[in-house]
Design a binder for this molecule. Structure first.
Ligand code: 0RA
Length: 690
């Protein structure tokens, strides 16, 4: 977590020293404040700024937040809240606005009497000043009393005092525009689809808020290229709309059940609905932060759900005296639920700090759910009976499945499954040293098969098109041959006969192209693991291969670059001016003619960009890899597969969960209503005045 947790002293004196130090430590060790400097950290900055506006809305002072991705690499976030105060603070002798944006942790100290439950900031809660420190440019505009107050910053330092710059029609509000610093981040490319999934979730959690999103970027990453540019998230129903969304193409049992109540430990809001499916989709939040690892609120919910449904079933004589109670698993089959709690001092625990630890929340949620759910069941006996029958069915299925599994295991049917033909298996049979590469496409699959070390590396090529056919029906996916091959290759089985000790490879590596299809198939595979093989993620068996995006060649020397930042660093070292690098591909093509620069050898389809260093005479070429298939087997081994050189990302539960959210939001089968929604609202969107 942020500064407080990592520094020993959090006394008043230490706080004063922080003020003196300003934002320097943030630029020195950005990872400590925003988690990482990769794309996730970049997105985190956007969430941080948007969260402050959402806080203002939750306090009842704003109802609209607009997020704009500008073509200049900027992000602008505007709300119609009270406006950050601009008056001079007696102690610091500075404007409150300047203090909020230039002093660590100043953000949460404002608000005084109406502090309430602060959402303050995604995973880390570090505030806008951290984002300011990590931005090459920031501009704040505050609308109050018909005037616009403005201040600009460079890498966290004010360029001048806060001053009024004119009049406005707007009654009140705040606009923060910032450009993330390329000296800090590995990449400045934001993923609209990832941002949208987050904003949609936040809109569900803040009933009545409108979050508008606009993407004005000319250059969008491949995965965003087919997405509309304008969105508006507004859910009158709040978390019940969220549950309706989770069940959108399922057959629901009764209507969504919703209730909320202020308890001693905090505020509890719950929505739930059963459907004729078998999955359990319970999503939990504490102060708008997604608690992927669950925690006390989830424990309280499970206990109350099991207790209430059993009590009802007994009272109504559906469960007889001789019958066993329904288990917690029985009552969660086919359940979609969202649990959102707000509390004063949330404690986050667990590996990824996403497990709620406050003991009082178990009792709070348990009390509310016991009371309200029992009440609902009394008042809606029709729905209640249907829910109980559904749970009884689950119980019977559980017992039948246990019997069937025992039979299967007795017969040894699992061993009988033959390995898929397209799998190029490795020769070692010791799982602890074996790796499985899931490779997109036959062309890349071919390179990988030739390039690999066949002793311990196995290759399974998968077709890139599977996603379009089946859409979001993951259950149908399991019948898909590509997916089946994968499951058989892993050796662990699925569902009732799943057995993790049979895993044939210690490391399962997803290796996909850096384009739309690649992003889709990666999302699909991550979702598959998240929903059906979560244990493998939790125990760190799933990886994403990192292949280079560029090959840079100057004379006889070649180097690989895994992102734009690395590319630029190498080019700088080679004496190619940074300014030159920012010119577009077309400009570059115009500046260099073919006879001036020798074409480097590359496989067909590879894109070549060329640059000539300003002073030196040597020629520099940049090859951009669009797909793995463009690399020859040696290159693929050298850069991506060789265990002594490669860098792989280990997939966390959070990554997989984010993929699952994207999968649900953007690839849902229900495309038509979503399109309609966007179009219906598109007209009513005003331009941001910037
Ligand atoms: C504290 C006090 C007041 C406004 C805010 C914070 C505020 C902060 C942010 C951050 C983004 N948007 C915001 N909008 C408001 C107002 C105190 C008053 O004037 O009564």
């Amino acid at each position: 977590m942020g500064f407080m947790a990592t520094e020993k002293a959090s006394t008043y004196d230490a706080a004063k020293i922080q003020v003196l130090e300003g934002l320097e430590p943030v630029r020195k060790r950005p990872g400590m404040y925003i988690g990482s400097t990769d794309q996730r950290g970049l997105h985190h900055c956007v969430y941080e700024i948007v969260d402050n506006s959402i806080d203002e809305a939750m306090a009842g002072h704003a109802n609209h937040v607009t997020v704009l991705l500008g073509d200049d690499g900027s992000v602008s976030v505007e709300d119609n809240g009270r406006g950050i105060p601009v008056d001079i603070h007696p102690k610091t002798k500075k404007s409150a606005l300047e203090t909020v944006l230039t002093v660590l942790h100043a953000g949460g100290k404002f608000g005084g009497d109406d502090s309430g439950y602060k959402v303050s900031g995604g995973l880390h809660g570090v505030g806008s000043s951290v984002v300011n420190a990590l931005s090459s440019y920031m501009r704040a505009e505050v609308f109050r009393d018909g005037k616009i107050y403005m201040q600009e910053y460079e890498r966290g330092k004010p360029k001048a005092d806060v001053k009024p710059i004119g009049k406005t029609e707007k009654e009140h509000g705040t606009l923060i525009k910032f450009i993330p610093d390329k000296q800090i981040f590995d990449t400045l490319v934001m993923s609209l689809s990832t941002l949208l999934a987050h904003f949609r979730q936040q809109a569900y959690l803040t009933r009545g808020i409108t979050i508008s999103v606009m993407d004005e970027r000319q250059k969008r990453p491949e995965e965003d290229q087919n997405l509309p540019r304008l969105y508006r998230f507004h859910f009158e129903g709040g978390v019940s709309a969220y549950v309706r969304h989770l069940n959108q193409d399922k057959q629901g049992i009764g209507d969504v059940i919703w209730f909320e109540k202020e308890e001693e430990g905090g505020f509890v809001e719950v929505a739930l609905q059963y459907s004729q499916t078998f999955q359990d989709q319970t999503i939990t939040f504490a102060n708008n932060i997604h608690t992927t690892e669950g925690g006390t609120h989830l424990t309280g919910f499970k206990a109350a759900l099991t207790r209430t449904i059993n009590a009802y079933a007994r009272k109504e004589g559906i469960l007889k005296e001789k019958d066993e109670n329904l288990t917690a698993d029985d009552v969660r089959e086919g359940l979609a639920a969202v649990i959102s709690v707000r509390l004063k001092d949330p404690q986050f625990e667990g590996q990824t700090k996403s497990k709620l630890g406050n003991a009082e929340m178990k009792a709070a949620v348990e009390t509310v759910v016991n009371e309200k759910l029992a009440e609902f069941m009394e008042e809606h006996p029709g729905d209640a009976r249907e829910v109980v029958s559904k749970c009884l069915l689950a119980a019977r299925a559980r017992m039948a499945a246990r019997a069937a599994r025992d039979a299967v295991i007795r017969k040894g049917a699992l061993e009988g499954m033959t390995l898929p033909g397209k799998l190029a298996d490795c020769s070692s049979k010791d799982p602890s040293e074996c790796e499985l590469f899931i490779v997109e496409g036959d062309s890349a699959g071919g390179s990988a098969k030739q390039g690999r070390n066949r002793e311990f590396q196995a290759i399974l090529p998968i077709k890139g098109k599977i996603l379009n056919v089946e859409q979001s029906r993951l259950d149908k996916m399991l019948a898909n041959n590509e997916v089946k091959s994968l499951i058989i290759a892993m050796g662990v089985g699925i569902g009732e006969v799943k057995d993790m000790t049979k895993l044939r490879y210690d490391r399962i590596v997803i290796m996909t192209d850096a384009d739309v299809d690649g992003a889709h198939i990666r999302t699909l595979i991550l979702t598959l693991y998240f929903r059906y093989f979560r244990e493998l993620i939790e125990t760190g068996h799933l990886y994403i291969a990192q292949s280079p995006l560029f090959k840079l060649t100057m004379g006889k020397e070649s180097r690989y670059a895994f992102n734009e930042k690395e590319r630029d660093e190498t080019l700088k070292e080679w004496g190619v001016e940074a300014k030159e690098l920012e010119t577009s591909e077309e400009d570059i093509a115009d500046e260099v003619t073919e006879d001036e620069v020798e074409e480097p050898k590359a496989k067909k389809g590879a894109k070549i960009e060329m640059l000539v260093p300003e002073k030196k005479k040597k020629k520099v070429s940049i090859q951009r890899y669009k797909g793995l298939g463009e690399m020859n087997p040696d290159q693929l081994w050298d850069t991506t597969m060789d265990p002594t050189k490669r860098v792989m990302l280990r997939v966390t539960l959070e990554d997989a969960e984010a993929a699952d959210a994207i999968f649900t939001t953007l690839m849902g089968a229900d495309v038509a209503p979503r399109k309609k929604f966007i179009q219906t609202h598109a007209k009513g969107v005003k331009n941001l005045d910037i």
